[in-house]
Design a protein around this ligand. Sequence first.
Ligand code: SAM
Length: 223
Amino acid sequence: MPLDPDFETALKNHAVELDGDIAARLQAYAEAMWSWNEKLNLTRHTTWELFVGRDLRDCLQLAPILDPGEEVLDLGSGNGVPGIPLAILRPDIDVSLAESVAKRASVLGELIADLDLPVPVYSARGEDLLDDFRFSSLVCRAVGSISKLCRWIEPHWSNVDRMLLIKGPKWIEERGEARHQGLMGNLQLRKVASYPLGDESDEEQGAIVQIWPKGRELPMKIS
Ligand SMILES: C[S@@+](CC[C@H](N)C(=O)[O-])C[C@H]1O[C@@H](n2cnc3c(N)ncnc32)[C@H](O)[C@@H]1O
């Protein structure tokens, strides 16, 4: 499938270089997701510029942090970000998606089938899955504050090694709030990536924040 010239321009604008097959699969994902967007409110990022500058940018920052063979759960997948681009960018990791709204989970299932990706989709709250399944990394964008996620995952740390949260610049306030609420006592937190948001507010930084239990040696590197 030839690449849409506007997608190619957006990739160039953001200095993103991708293997041709990966770019074609990402394009197929975005186009299929946007066609569902007309029926279900899945995303406001409906231009190639926003797809590359926001969605893909976050996924490209997250992808190298994950180690080969990891079992990853995207909690609150919604439109499929970050889980679907991640599965396309990193076929060497096992990605699963959790989405609590049944209609959105069903669309995610359709997208995964269309794209022929080996990605299970769970129509469930992500934290409930941790009663029965184990994941090395839980990844998450735009689902809740650090406090909220720490509360959800608190009873389940035996079944997850770490959380990797894609955050905007407010993550520092969220960390303060979580500390103030006494939620970080048994947890460690480290910013493992930061990058410009690339819009008018160009001083603002996106960040990937890793949270994991104190005293736990992670089997994977911390960059
Ligand atoms: C604002 S959307 C973000 C979607 C996508 N992650 C993104 O970054 O564009 C949040 C999604 O998380 C889902 N959600 C909220 N809490 C959840 C939970 N505990 N488990 C699974 N899905 C959840 C919502 O239904 C919604 O689709």
